[in-house]
Design a protein around this ligand. Structure first.
Ligand SMILES: [Zn+2]
Length: 97
C-alpha cells in the first residue's frame, strides 16, 4: 500500500485541490447493452467521492468476463493495479506528484 501513487484532484466537496485516496471499490453500472465501470477515490479530507472511468459505455462483450468479475468483487489487487496505472490516472485528469 505504501507504494500507492499519490493522486490529486480538485475536490467537489472542499472546492480546492486535495489528495484523493483509492477506496479499493469499483462501481459497475450496466444499462442495456452498455456498461460503465469506475474506480472510486475519496478526498482525504472530506471523503467526497470521485469516480475514475475504467470503461465508458462499453459493450459487455468487450470486457473480459474474468476482469468483470473482479470489478464486481471489488478485488483489491485489481484496484491497486489501476491505482498505479499512470496512463489510467492521467486519462482521468488526475494530478500526480
Ligand atoms: Zn474534499
Amino acid at each position: 500500500m505504501s507504494l500507492m501513487q499519490h493522486v490529486y484532484h480538485k475536490c467537489g466537496g472542499c472546492g480546492k485541490k486535495q489528495e484523493f485516496v483509492n477506496s479499493g471499490k469499483f462501481r459497475v453500472n450496466a444499462n442495456g447493452n452498455k456498461v460503465d465501470v469506475w474506480l472510486i477515490y475519496r478526498c482525504k479530507k472530506c471523503k467526497h467521492s470521485w469516480n475514475l472511468t475504467i470503461f465508458e459505455r462499453t459493450k459487455p462483450s468487450r470486457i473480459p468476463s474474468d476482469l468483470y468479475e473482479l470489478f464486481l468483487e471489488n478485488d483489491e489487487e485489481t484496484a491497486l493495479q489501476y491505482g498505479n496505472d499512470i496512463e489510467f490516472l492521467k486519462r482521468n485528469n488526475a494530478e500526480l506528484k
